[in-house]
Design a protein around this ligand. Structure first.
Ligand code: ATP
Ligand code: PRP
Length: 205
């Protein structure tokens, strides 16, 4: 049996066609049900659809053998206990540092609003810059506008959200796309099964 953890939301919409092309189908009746473990067209493959931030946790602990999740979430999690085997090239965006103007970044007690607290800490440590990280769960762009923070670390795709809130990106932190990850132990014990699916997905990217 192989269990695959999929990230809900934006990534799921782009993942299902990739799996479909690889031959793995999940019926709409399964996807629209309240069930948490979904059947696929293969008896030996089950799918769980969970919050993106939970995907590396399930895979790390072996509760799922494989997972599909954004690189942003992996950077934040640390990717301990899992192999990142494929870049699926979907849900592409960039992790950026943004502020209303460059002078804001020169503050001594720089306040940074983000949901990526570990990644942001690492970024500022690498710049030898001390900062206070303010953890938010969404609407990061609001923080500089209302004076909660001097700058933000957040995902940028079109740049429309930054622009609409008077913010400019000043530094690129990472390129983001969704990755296929595998539990390290499962990669050994279920190697043939896992490799078969990875090859099928990769062939159709
Ligand atoms: P949660 O509900 O768990 O808080 P979320 O609301 O951030 O998650 P989504 O927006 O559905 O969830 O998906 C976020 C993922 O999609 C990110 O982790 C990232 O990898 C990817 N992504 C691609 N483009 C964007 C974008 N423009 N904004 C945000 N995330 C994006
Ligand atoms: C994401 C991200 C940015 C925006 C970037 O927000 O956090 O706010 O999209 O995309 P853009 O550059 O194309 O404007 P999302 O819509 O997922 O909302 P949330 O983070 O507040 O949940």
């Amino acid at each position: 049996m192989l269990t695959i953890a999929l990230s809900k939301g934006r990534i799921l919409k782009q993942t299902l066609p990739l799996l479909d092309k690889a031959g793995l189908k999940i019926a709409d009746t399964e996807l629209n049900s309240r069930k948490l473990i979904l059947n696929s067209n293969f008896d030996d493959v089950k799918v769980i659809v969970i919050r993106a931030t939970d995907v590396p946790v399930f895979v790390q602990h072996g509760a799922a053998d494989m997972g599909i999740v954004g690189k942003d979430v992996l950077l934040e999690h640390g990717a301990e206990g899992l192999f990142e085997l494929l870049d699926l090239g979907i849900a592409k965006c960039q992790l950026m540092l943004a502020a209303s103007n460059k002078n804001k970044l020169k503050q001594h007690n720089l306040k940074v609003a983000t949901k990526y607290i570990n990644t942001a800490k690492r970024y500022f440590e690498a710049q030898s810059k001390s900062c206070e990280i303010i953890k938010l769960y969404g609407a990061m762009e609001l923080a500089p506008v209302v004076g909660l923070a001097h700058c933000i670390v957040d995902l940028v795709e079109t740049g429309n959200t930054l622009k609409a809130n008077g913010l400019t990106p000043f530094a690129h932190i990472a390129d983001i796309s969704s990755r296929l990850v595998v539990n390290i132990a499962a990669f050994k014990t279920k190697n043939v099964h896992i490799k078969t699916w990875i090859q099928a997905i990769e062939k159709n990217l």
